[in-house]
Design a protein around this ligand. Structure first.
Ligand SMILES: Cc1ncc(COP(=O)(O)O)c(C=O)c1O
Length: 391
């Protein structure tokens, strides 16, 4: 393999959240961190080369996304996801989370309701709560150790105050890659209830064999007009610290509203290195990605096998996409508070507490497997030892 994902890169003291905030977040500076959704791998060489070339020029003044930036997105989506987007549909935001908040501000009024499906990425809750909007929850349904959308319940939780749905596709933390029938049903639901569909597709490139991500807006022109898609190469190519994302809005009127809010908040700001890395990632990163996915698959298989054989009381929900694995720890004799303390103090692991993802997260933890396999092996060994002592 030309790319060495087994290489252990010491990330300590680079001001990175995953490693350098351990003491602050977990109260323990020595644990193995497998939490925040970034990877412990070096980025594709084409990204480093583009950044190095740009850095050589000694002026880092105000910038804007050039035509190559837009073309890189258009080509990537056409090639990888069979979705043809027009350059004028693309707005550049300083991240997907900012885009979710902008969408809430642009398309709902205070007191109106945002619909989400927990357990789900915490900032989905915050996009509503921090902006004085209400939340309606349609918890995912657990079926045979996996998750589906509860469509009957969806009809029951909706009322006329629900104006916007934030949809996670693929879904963090349960790892579902929604099938076309499910997406069509969500699209139809939103259309019938006049709910704007905001689809967070940041994990869309990280999908395991046998599964296919479909951008929900690509299903039909009608659905495209009622959808805002939030995307970035940041998860795929490990560049989230460069804070650059795209928001795809085919409907010109909705685009105008979004842009107005974005400009009003002074958020039409672009990051010189972010634009450079974003463009290079989509332009040059595909071969790297084609090796990353089997490596992640190998990590996933390793974890599934390890848990099945050696830690059977912990059941990993097998993800169809994302490098995040939702661990069902409910068979351990621990309350949710005890589980948190056990993982930190006994297993010496920094994982995400399932409760961060809202209702349905109690008794779960989320592990990030985007690390060299020896590190994952060490993490699972620690977990096995700690569970052994517990019983
Ligand atoms: C579903 C989802 N959306 C958005 C983000 C973060 O997006 P950004 O860093 O572009 O704000 C994450 C990161 O974990 C995520 O899992």
């Amino acid at each position: 393999m030309p790319y060495d994902f087994d290489q252990i890169i010491d990330r300590r003291q680079t001001n990175n959240v995953k490693w350098d905030r351990r003491a602050e977040v977990f109260g323990a500076g020595d644990l193995l961190p497998l939490w925040v959704a970034d990877m412990d791998f070096a980025v594709p060489p084409g990204v480093t080369a583009a950044l190095s070339a740009r850095i050589k020029h000694p002026v880092y003044g105000y910038t804007f996304p050039p035509p190559e930036f837009y073309q890189a997105v258009i080509d990537w989506l056409a090639k990888r996801h069979h979705w043809n987007v027009k350059p004028e549909w693309l707005l550049v935001t300083p991240g997907v989370v900012p885009a979710l908040n902008l969408a809430v501000l642009a398309f709902t009024r205070p007191g109106e309701t945002v619909l989400i499906q927990p357990p789900v990425y915490r900032p989905f809750f915050r996009a509503a709560e921090n902006n004085g909007r209400r939340l309606a929850l349609n918890p995912l349904k657990e079926v045979n150790g996996g998750y589906t959308i509860d469509f009957a319940q969806l009809e029951a939780v909706v009322d006329s105050k629900v104006k916007l749905m934030i949809f996670c596709s693929p879904h963090n933390p349960v790892g579902r890659v929604w099938r076309q029938e499910e997406l069509a049903q969500i699209g139809d639901f939103c259309r019938r209830h006049q709910i704007l569909l905001v689809s967070d597709e940041i994990h869309s490139d990280l999908v395991y064999k046998g599964h296919t991500h479909t951008p929900v807006a690509s299903l039909s022109p009608e659905l495209a007009m009622n959808t805002i898609t939030c995307l970035a190469p940041s998860k795929t190519f490990n560049i989230p610290g460069l804070t650059t994302a795209v928001t795809i809005i085919p409907d010109p009127e909705k685009r105008r509203c979004f842009q107005q809010i974005q400009a009003g908040l002074g958020l039409e700001v672009y990051n010189t290195l972010g634009i450079t890395a974003f463009t290079a990632a989509y332009q040059t990163g595909e071969d790297w990605l084609k090796e990353l996915i089997p490596y992640l698959q190998g990590n996933l298989d390793f974890l599934l096998d390890y848990c099945a054989r050696r830690i059977p009381l912990i059941h990993p929900v097998k993800p169809e996409g994302t490098y995040l694995v939702w661990l069902d720890c409910r068979r351990l004799p621990l309350t949710p508070d005890q589980l948190r303390s056990f993982l930190i103090n006994e297993a010496k692991l920094g994982l995400n507490d399932g409760r961060e993802f809202g209702p349905g997260g109690e008794g779960f933890a989320r592990i990030n497997i985007a690390c060299p396999r020896p590190v994952l092996a060490e993490a699972l060994h620690r977990l096995e030892q700690a569970v052994g002592k517990l019983l």
